[in-house]
Design a protein around this ligand. Structure first.
Ligand code: HEM
Length: 247
């Protein structure tokens, strides 16, 4: 049976990048690591400084939306935040070529903890998605993100068990692009919040927030996946393309 979209190796594996390529790679990687650390510090850590009830009083993050939720959903929120934070920081370290080459055992151990973070973060994300203040958009947007997060992690793990390193790298790039939704969501949100102001439109916080929050459950990860596929192709790793495009 012909599959609609199938992975193909798009180019021979390129030689090591030149000096400019290496510098761009280092700048990009440093940006990803610093933004990951900043999101963990400013969005995740505050949830562990007081009870959800007290945080709701101070309007911290989404605490007001979860302060009255069932203990099961609140527990899933905490599990999700811990798993997501671990994955966000450890995942960035895994793209550090020096660590992979000089300490492959450390890379393997960090990888196992990373996958554990994705597993619990993804299941937690699935449980809390129906409680999102974004309603059905939150349910389907975050729900699809959680499913893809778990599936791409599984594919990456399966590939490396088969010792298929190029496929492992491609699936890990896709998986971390989804993990990085934890950052891009928090970059899109203020941008969308302020857009009406920049366009000179009437502005009121609650309405602007509801409007912006209706977009982010999909916007936080769809462009990331496209960027991931572009990176995968550029590196000559097995990429997805429509059979028609190949013909
Ligand atoms: C990539 C897959 C992810 C999925 C499917 C996901 C899903 C969700 C969902 C459904 C919510 C509740 C949002 C709402 O009620 O509207 C949420 C909140 C949250 N998530 Fe994630 N998330 C992901 C990644 C991450 C990562 C990597 C982090 C790392 C720090 C993270 C940290 C948080 C935090 C701190 C909250 C609480 C809301 C806030 O105060 O901003 N998530 N997530």
């Amino acid at each position: 049976m012909t599959r609609l979209i199938e992975p193909v190796r798009t180019a021979p594996v390129p030689a090591r990048p030149g000096r400019a390529g290496r510098a761009a790679g280092r700048i990009g990687w440093t940006f990803v690591l610093l933004t990951a650390l900043a999101v963990v510090a400013y969005s995740a850590v505050p949830y562990f400084t007081a009870s959800l009830h007290d945080l709701a009083g101070d309007e911290v993050g989404l605490a007001p939306a979860y302060a009255e939720a069932s203990p099961f959903v609140q527990g899933a929120l905490y599990v999700h935040i811990v798993g997501g934070a671990i994955a966000l920081v450890l995942g960035a370290l895994q793209f550090w070529r020096g660590l992979r080459e000089r300490a492959p055992r450390v890379h393997r151990w960090i990888g196992r903890v990373y996958l554990g973070g994705v597993a619990v973060g993804g299941v937690g994300g699935l449980i809390i998605a129906p409680s999102s203040p974004a309603g059905y958009v939150g349910l389907f947007g975050f729900g699809a993100l959680a499913v893809l997060w778990l599936v791409t992690a599984f594919r990456a793990y399966r590939a490396i068990r088969r010792r298929d390193v190029p496929s492992h790298q491609a699936w890990m790039i896709r998986n971390y692009a989804l993990t990085y939704a934890g950052v891009t969501l928090r970059l899109w949100l203020p941008l969308l919040l302020l857009t009406p102001l920049l366009l000179g439109q009437p502005w009121e916080f609650d309405a602007a927030f509801a409007n912006a929050y209706a977009a982010v459950p999909f916007l936080c990860w769809l462009p990331n996946l496209i960027a991931a596929e572009w990176l995968i192709r550029r590196r000559g790793l097995p990429s997805y393309r429509l059979p028609l495009a190949r013909a």
